[in-house]
Design a protein around this ligand. Sequence first.
Ligand SMILES: *Cc1c(COP(=O)(O)O)cnc(C)c1O
Length: 398
Amino acid sequence: MTEVFTGSFTQQEPIPEEAIEAAVAVMRSGRLHRYNTLGDEAGETALLEQEFAALTGASYALALCSGGHAISTALRAVGVQPGDKVLTNAFTLAPVPGAIAALGGAPIYVGVTEGLVIDLDDLAAKADSAKVLLLSHMRGHICDMDRLMEICDKAGLLVIEDCAHTMGASWNGVPSGRHGLVGCYSTQTYKHVNSGEGGFLVTDDPEVAARAVILSGSYMLYDRHLAAPEPEVFERVKYDTPNISGRMDNLRAAILRPQLARLADQCAAWNARYEVVEDGLGGTPGLTLIDRPAAETFVGSSIQFLLLDWSADVIREVVARCKARGVELKWFGDAEPQGYTSRYDSWRYADHAPMPKSDRILKGILDMRLPLTFSLEDCALVARIIRAEVGSVWQGQS
Ligand SMILES: *Cc1c(COP(=O)(O)O)cnc(C)c1O
């Protein structure tokens, strides 16, 4: 009998009851806007920021309307100007180069390795060509952050981390987002906490934090923030920082607070699923699993593997055969952007140099979400299906 998987790769868990109750309470109050507070009430958004700062160990935290907006706010807050070049990953999601383009900046792409992280040799070679690196921990893969910071510090490169897939992860015990000057996170449905849309940024730099708060659309109500710098820092920046509305509201914040409290358990549940799929795929001929270094504590909310040097038609056949058995693989190698996947050469609003080494990797990247609605048995079944289909296509080839 041919096994078929019937679960949904886009189905996340329901919002916890406690979070639903908190959201209903905000709606009953009518005070959804973050600055609409009564008396000495702090408001859900301000409390959420305080809790996120504590979770990451950052001095300051700001909640925003999306992860992409958190990134463009961070770029503005560190001083990126129209026309500036910004180094970033060739392998990332479209909102990352999009955030650079949003402020009239120009991305310079840095290559990807077989470990699916930024190529540090390529970074070292390009480090003098920009003042800022927007580092994307794409699909949760964290590069050697000690070496990366060494390269960047030496070149005077400011680092902004895109932690859309690394909330809850760390490198050598330091939380992701806490190596560079600013860390940015997403709370969109497919990331590690779910408010539909939303994002955070964290930093220890008081001026960057104050500018980010004003940029987010705080008007002159910045003293209502509980995870922001002292008023005198705002005094220095408030007249020359524009208000680019992008706040989070109390409703989303209410949904997120209980989810943040249980983030560590959720991460453990993702990793248990990741491990089952990884074990199930190990040793499949022609399929390369991604090495995870010992210093990397990752969150296995998705898994990637490489079909390195397979032709496009043959990879398409694997994807189609898995899909016919209910397993949805996303392929980053397609010449045309599909759904969420696209590549540096799909972003035609920005120039790029040829990247043959990265092209070889990108052509072979397959990606699969691991929602927590999958049981461990589901994960074992999914791995068996991929293994069988990759195996028979591989045999058919040789
Ligand atoms: C989702 C995502 C973002 C942007 O987050 P949004 O909240 O959807 O704007 C940025 N970078 C990466 C790698 C992402 O996956």
